[in-house]
Design a protein around this ligand. Structure first.
Ligand code: UDX
Length: 447
């Protein structure tokens, strides 16, 4: 099939590449000429495991191409995926400027039947607005061209985006047009072989599903983070509690990890947007407001622990920091807890030496000029003479480090583990003073 993706961010690029991989003819459009230049030159604007290989393979096979030419892009696809950004507006609600601009640019040019697919995370009612925008443009041209607007939210996780697209848990399609639905089913059939994972629903429910999923997941994290604070105060160990409750299938083990707060391009933005949608609809989302407040608080937890440990004064202290990205396997630092932590430490007169396997260029861009901050080429480079090591992102290479080398380099054997990667009992045995998240209580004896 002929597919166009509008927007070559995470969503648009992964969608385009994975659809090309299944034999579709895909053209990816972006207004950002530099991004298109990089992609055409065989480069990759984002760090996403496996994506570069798929892009290169499909470009070479002639199934995937990139363009800034809107006319060509609209002509090309029967299915036009809108995967542009929906950043938070002033009040936190999703800003639909780019989505509606994409809709209008389609309406201004289309000459045959199109299925316009909303892939961006957009509030309930957006498909209707997209439909209306296209209708307006067609009316202005004085032409009648058939089209359908479909909601097909994306659930990809950064760092696992290709895998998530290729092997989805579910494919949500909100459509009220038979022909559009047939085309969507055909397009997704290669990803839907072993078990029918395609769920058809009305357009508004599909739009709502995406927000509901992210809000539920964010709620789990904030709730666990709060329980961790209480566990610590009560002399209980949240990691043992986590296993205890996760064994209940109604709760489950996934997404129960306490840490330094959630970040990224989705949870913070979508939680805010849903709260705002509630306000507009006259429904106060009390739980979700608390989820957001708890997360802001959680980003400060490591600094609070440091303040407690250093008698409320971090002036002149020097800290080693491992992990800057908002989670492993990505260079994305949007809403990353590390940003809050680094800025707070610097503001309190401390200095920081930071290392991240891939996010350092991005960190330099966002924090670069800050005095008192430097970056190391390797994890061990940042340890020398630090008052403590802070673990902020749980990259695999931090899981089983050379603890003796860490001890030898740090000024004192002090570790603040923001992701509960290390065993408190083992750390004690190795001679470290160890602070995790919610790790009160007596750790179980080492097996
Ligand atoms: C998320 C959703 O998982 C995905 O379905 C949606 O399409 C987009 O938003 P993503 O933002 O890529 O994906 O990352 P995810 O792996 O979900 O993690 C989000 C944040 O939650 C990270 O900061 C992570 O560190 C944090 N997190 C996750 C926890 O603190 N604890 C957990 O148990 C899980």
């Amino acid at each position: 099939m002929k597919v166009t993706t509008i927007g070559t961010g995470y969503v648009g690029l992964v969608t385009g590449a994975c659809l090309a991989e299944m034999g579709n003819q895909v053209l990816c459009l972006d207004v950002d000429a530099e991004k298109i230049r990089v992609l055409e030159a065989g480069g990759m604007p984002i760090h996403e495991p496996g994506l570069l290989e798929i892009v290169r393979r499909n470009v070479a096979a002639g199934r995937l191409a990139f363009t800034t030419d809107v006319d060509r892009a609209v002509q090309h696809g029967t299915l036009l995926f809108i995967g542009v950004g929906t950043p938070p507006g002033e009040d936190g609600s999703a800003d639909l400027t780019y989505v509606l601009a994409a809709a209008r640019s389609i309406g201004r040019r289309m000459t045959d039947y199109k299925v316009v697919v909303d892939k961006s995370t957009v509030p309930v009612g957006t498909a209707d607005a997209v439909h209306a925008a296209i209708a307006e443009e067609l009316a202005m041209r004085g032409v009648q061209v058939p089209y359908a607007v479909v909601s097909n939210p994306e659930f990809l996780k950064e760092g696992a985006a290709v895998e998530d697209f290729m092997r989805p848990d579910r494919i949500i399609v909100g459509a009220d047009d038979e022909q559009a639905l047939l085309l969507m089913r055909a397009l997704y059939s290669p990803f839907n072989r072993t078990q029918d994972r395609l769920m058809v629903m009305d357009v508004r429910s599909a739009e709502f599903t995406k927000y509901a999923a992210n809000a539920m997941l964010a709620t789990r994290i904030s709730f666990m983070n709060e329980l961790a604070l209480l566990a610590e105060a009560q002399g209980a160990d949240i990691e043992q509690v986590r296993r205890g409750i996760g064994s209940d299938p109604r709760i489950g083990y996934q997404f129960l990890y306490p840490g330094v707060g959630y970040g990224g391009s989705c949870f913070p933005k979508d939680v805010k947007a849903l709260v705002q949608t509630g306000a507009q609809a006259g429904v106060e989302l009390r739980v979700l407001k608390a989820v957001e407040a708890a997360n802001e608080h959680q980003k400060q937890v490591l600094v609070a622990k440091l303040l407690q440990r250093f008698d409320g004064n971090l002036q002149g202290r020097h800290f080693a920091l491992w992990g800057l990205a908002f989670k492993p396997n990505t260079d994305d630092m949007r809403e990353a807890p590390a940003l809050v932590i680094v800025r707070e430490l610097l503001a309190r007169g401390a200095t920081v030496a930071a290392y991240d396997p891939v996010a350092m260029p991005e960190a330099r861009r966002l924090l670069g000029s800050a005095a008192g901050l430097r970056f190391g080429e390797r994890a061990e480079d940042v340890l020398e003479g630090a008052d403590a090591l802070l673990l902020v992102t749980e990259w695999k290479e931090f899981r089983t480090p050379d603890f003796d080398a860490i001890k030898a380099r740090l000024k004192q054997a002090l570790v603040f583990d923001g992701r509960n990667q290390y065993d408190p009992a083992l750390m004690r045995l190795l001679g470290f003073e160890y602070h995790g998240i919610g790790r009160g209580g007596h750790p179980p004896p080492i097996a």
